[in-house]
Design a protein around this ligand. Structure first.
Ligand code: SF4
Ligand code: SF4
Length: 341
């Protein structure tokens, strides 16, 4: 937690004004990042009363980006939340699945790819269980344009969701289980921003998001796309991709989409979080759905037919809103690709 003697908070309120949960819920229901991370930890009684709001933080890190003192607000909230995290229904379900399947969500199928090679593709729990078709299309594209792509026989959850609910021992166990499969890979690629960040921080491997791999590692002339008809799309910027992997990823997404004949990319008037991160999708699904609706409404107002998200987690949550087609960005490119096998 951020301590009073060292917090350096100047009470500017910048974090409070950018927080998407606070904007939607208001101070009474969600007192905001400054209250939760900086002020409440000084008083343990107050903290106990804030256990509910702590579960509402999506870990989007917009507060942290706006903070002029560069305080680690999100980490502080996650650590405070860890005291209560495993006691929620969603947290317990996650732990059961991890102990039984090694994944936070029970897998429904296995992605088809070689089991040996040089560039390891890490499917991620949510991708393989909730958006298996997107993962397979992404893989097929990578197999067509990449070199030595494979998925190891056995892989486990990266541990990120476990860390967010305070199950650090489980997260460490998963990290160790993944160590041996990661060691032999020359490159590690994933379509999940959360997995990319966790594999970098916990396992110390330079995991690439698939957009980085496509843009940086594949010769652009090997990538050819064409839209079958004129189309208008919008891009949702996943919080963990933009703020933790890096803002360059969205530039890559825009440039890759700009190379598609017949495609128009429109800007949304309300940039922000889909609402599904930080365990909110399982702990507070109604809040996650309302936040998702803000994003899809914004895309609809901008005239988009499809909202593209380079993150399986965001895709699943944005689909909760209904009313607008949502698709994983890389699998969308795969449908337009002339490179597929
Ligand atoms: S991480 Fe996001 S949701 Fe959580 S307090 Fe900060 S701005 Fe609000
Ligand atoms: S943005 Fe940083 S300095 Fe400003 S109120 Fe929030 S925590 Fe304090």
């Amino acid at each position: 937690m951020i301590r009073r003697t060292e917090d350096g908070c100047i009470k500017c309120g910048a974090c409070q004004s950018v927080c998407p949960v606070m904007r939607l819920e208001g101070y009474q229901r969600f007192p905001g990042p400054r209250r939760l991370a900086v002020e409440a930890p000084r008083f343990s009684r107050e903290l106990a009363a804030l256990s509910g709001p702590l579960q509402m933080c999506t870990s989007c890190a917009q507060c942290e980006s706006a903070c002029p003192s560069r305080l680690p607000i999100t980490d502080a909230i996650m650590r405070l939340r860890a005291r209560f995290g495993t006691s929620t229904e969603g947290g317990e379900r996650m732990l059961r699945n991890v102990r039984q399947h090694g994944r936070t969500v029970a897998p429904v199928s296995r992605s088809m790819a070689p089991t040996e090679g040089s560039a390891l593709f890490f499917p991620g729990c949510i991708g393989e269980a909730r958006t298996p078709l997107s993962v397979q299309m992404t893989l097929d594209l990578l197999l067509a344009v990449g070199d030595g792509i494979y998925i190891p026989e056995r892989w486990h959850c990266c541990g990120s969701p476990l860390q967010k609910i305070g199950a650090q021992d489980e997260a460490n166990r998963l990290r160790d289980l993944n160590t041996s499969i990661l060691e032999g890979a020359e490159e590690v690629i994933t379509a999940c921003p959360g997995c990319a960040v966790q594999l970098r921080r916990a396992n110390g491997v330079e995991a690439l998001h698939v957009l980085e791999y496509l843009y940086e590692s594949i010769t652009p002339s090997r990538l050819r796309w064409r839209s079958p008809r004129p189309m208008t799309v919008a891009i949702h910027s996943p919080c963990h991709l933009v703020r933790s992997v890096g803002p360059h990823t969205i530039d890559y997404a825009r440039e890759l989409l700009a190379s598609v004949d017949g495609l128009r990319v429109v800007d949304m008037d309300d940039e922000g979080c889909c609402g599904g991160g930080g365990g909110v999708a399982s702990a507070r699904p109604e809040l996650a759905a309302r936040m998702a609706r803000r994003r899809t409404d914004s895309a609809t107002r901008a005239g988009a037919e499809v909202l593209l998200a380079p993150c399986p987690f965001c895709v699943v949550n944005l689909e909760r809103a209904g009313g607008l087609k949502v698709q994983d960005l890389t699998s969308f490119l795969a449908t337009l690709s002339e490179n597929r096998q």
